[in-house]
Each structure stands twice: as C-alpha cells, then as structure tokens.
Design a protein around this ligand. Structure first.
Ligand code: HEM
Length: 140
C-alpha cells in the first residue's frame, strides 16, 4: 500500500510542479498583451483552466498522499521531514499567491511588472530542488 501511495504522491507532485512552473511563464507573456485584446482574453482562459483543472487538484492529492506517507512511515520526528514540510508550506504559499495573480489578471488589475514574474518564476524551481534533496538524500 505504502509504495502505491508513494507512486500516487509522485504523479501528483509532477502535475503540481508542471503547473507551478508554467503558470508564471503565462503571466510573463500576459504582461505583454494589451488589456481587452483577444490575446489577453485567451491568456485569462489558459491561466484559469491551468489553475482549476491541474494545479489545485494536484496540490490536494500531493498533500493527502504526502500526509498518509508521513503517518504510515512514522516520519514525523525526522529532521529531513521538518525541513521538507517548511519548504512545502512556502511552496503552498507561492501557490496561493499565484492564485491571487490569476484573479488580478482576470479582473484586468495586474500591476506587477514582467520582470517581477520572471524572477518569481524561479522560486518554485528552487523550492522543488531543495524538497527533492530533503526527501531523497535525507541529509538530516
Ligand atoms: C505536500 C506535502 C508533502 C508531504 C507531507 C510529503 C511527504 C512525503 C513522505 C513522507 C514521503 C515518503 C518518504 C520515504 O518513503 O522515504 C514522500 C516522498 C516523496 N516526496 Fe513528498 N511530501 C510532500 C510534498 C512533496 C513535494 C512538493 C515534492 C516535490 C517537489 C515531493 C517529492 C517527493 C518525492 C520525489 C518522494 C519520493 C522519495 C523516495 O522514494 O525516495 N513531495 N513525501
């Protein structure tokens, strides 16, 4: 059972991360589109669908499967798990922030620059690298 849930966890993680890496890229391109243009309206639909159909459900499955693994594997006292949990909480916060950005774009009230989205684009990548090192290498 544990191995099956771990497989599910990894599948959900891949989907979550795919969305978390792609969504800020869409924001970068969306900044270039004029408000009210056909292109801007298309980006709105793409961002909304990516968030609702992939990123949100994938995050929920990742969390549920991950919490099962912690419980079944008795990992709650391990140092690597505490580090991973902290990083995953930050990642979930970034997810919440992206969700707000989607709403801002949808209402044509984005005030953030393209440069800002280019920089924030790197945050999920950095977090993912650290999270995978924590759980695979288990350095502490
Ligand atoms: C949402 C909260 C999360 C919790 C509670 C959680 C917890 C866990 C636990 C307890 C394991 C089992 C470790 C083992 O059997 O050795 C695991 C496996 C794994 N997790 Fe997570 N995880 C979460 C999110 C993530 C995220 C966001 C990523 C990647 C970005 C990730 C990547 C992995 C990988 C790659 C494995 C397999 C490690 C292996 O088999 O060596 N997890 N997770």
């Amino acid at each position: 059972m544990y191995e099956w849930i771990k497989a599910l966890h990894i599948i959900a993680v891949i989907s979550w991360m795919a969305g978390m890496l792609y969504l800020p890229r869409l924001f970068v391109y969306h900044c270039e589109a004029e408000v009210g243009s056909k292109q801007s309206e298309t980006f709105k639909v793409m961002e909304w669908r990516l968030l609702k159909a992939i990123i949100n459900p994938a995050m929920i499955v990742t969390w549920l499967a991950g919490l099962y693994l912690v419980w079944a594997g008795h990992w709650y006292l391990s140092g690597w798990f505490h580090a991973k949990l902290t990083l995953v909480l930050i990642l979930s916060g970034v997810h919440g922030f992206f969700s707000r950005c989607v709403k801002d774009f949808a209402a044509d009230r984005n005030r953030r620059t393209q440069k800002f989205y280019r920089i924030i684009n790197e945050v999920p990548t950095l977090l993912m690298i650290l999270i995978v090192i924590c759980v695979v290498v288990k350095p502490f």
